[in-house]
Design a binder for this molecule. Structure first.
Ligand SMILES: C[S@@+](CC[C@H](N)C(=O)[O-])C[C@H]1O[C@@H](n2cnc3c(N)ncnc32)[C@H](O)[C@@H]1O
Length: 232
């Protein structure tokens, strides 16, 4: 007669790997990055809560590298970063002398604030604020000298709201730097070919072929004086 006893339970240790991270909801990783002579310590809090805001994306590193190689001058400039995630780009801009506001959705603000404190102990000239594109921009001034964004062009339904936010924030003589992984499946190229040129003059400042990241520089289109026609 066959035994009805179930097979013995396997030893837990023989089934479960010892890699702790597989069973934790979240974990943090601090990484050091060097740009413009500053050593930045950036903590990324991986897990379902922060989603794509958790990590430092290639586009952010390309943008920091661009600022270093092109010697972009932040001194005394009014700067805002959108969709900052860890805040690495805005933190570098602040260390380089900018008067910086770092923004993202509310869920990412604690991570950004912690990274600001770790790298700019006095807090310097840095503000960390919630800014959801198309919703909150009217609480911010319209006169930023530099508007920065790394890997924020990846959700097609947000493109009109993102465009409206850029239009609001960028001062008349301001410059926008957007670094983007060029994901065709997310319509990233359409944002740069069809949306942005409606209101901004655009140039490709740098392409990082190895990581498929483009860095665009944009400025408001020249205002044409209206109603002033030359008298012939
Ligand atoms: C791919 S991550 C890039 C993070 C960071 N800039 C980097 O490159 O490492 C996209 C960021 O955009 C933010 N984001 C997405 N939709 C947003 C919205 N509607 N308003 C504001 N931020 C948004 C996310 O929270 C996230 O931090």
């Amino acid at each position: 007669m066959a035994s009805s006893c179930p097979d013995p339970e396997p030893e837990p240790e023989s089934v479960f790997p010892r890699e702790v991270r597989l069973f934790t909801d979240s974990y943090s990783e601090s990484t050091r990055f060097c740009f413009c002579g500053h050593e930045l310590s950036i903590t990324q809090n991986f897990g379902s809560r922060l989603g794509v805001a958790a990590r430092v994306w290639d586009a952010a590193l390309s943008l920091c590298n661009y600022f270093e190689t092109q010697n972009v001058d932040f001194r005394g400039k009014k700067v805002i970063e959108l969709g900052a995630g860890t805040g690495i780009v805005g933190i570098l801009a602040a260390l380089q002398g900018g008067d910086v506001t770092i923004t993202d959705l509310p869920l990412a603000l604690e991570q950004i604030q912690d990274n600001v404190h770790a790298n700019i102990p006095s807090g310097g000239q840095v503000k960390v604020c919630a800014l959801s594109w198309g919703i909150d921009q009217h609480s911010f001034p319209r006169n930023y000298d530099l508007v920065l964004g790394a890997d924020i062009v990846y959700l097609e339904p947000t493109f009109p709201r993102l465009l409206g936010t850029l239009q609001h924030l960028c001062g008349p003589h301001g410059t926008i730097y957007l670094a983007s992984k060029m994901r065709k499946e997310h319509g990233t190229d359409r944002f740069f070919q069809h949306f942005l040129p409606q209101h901004f003059q655009l140039e490709l400042a740098q392409r990082d072929e190895d990581v498929d990241v483009d860095i665009y520089r944009a400025r408001h289109r020249e205002m044409r004086p209206s109603g002033h026609h030359p008298i012939c």
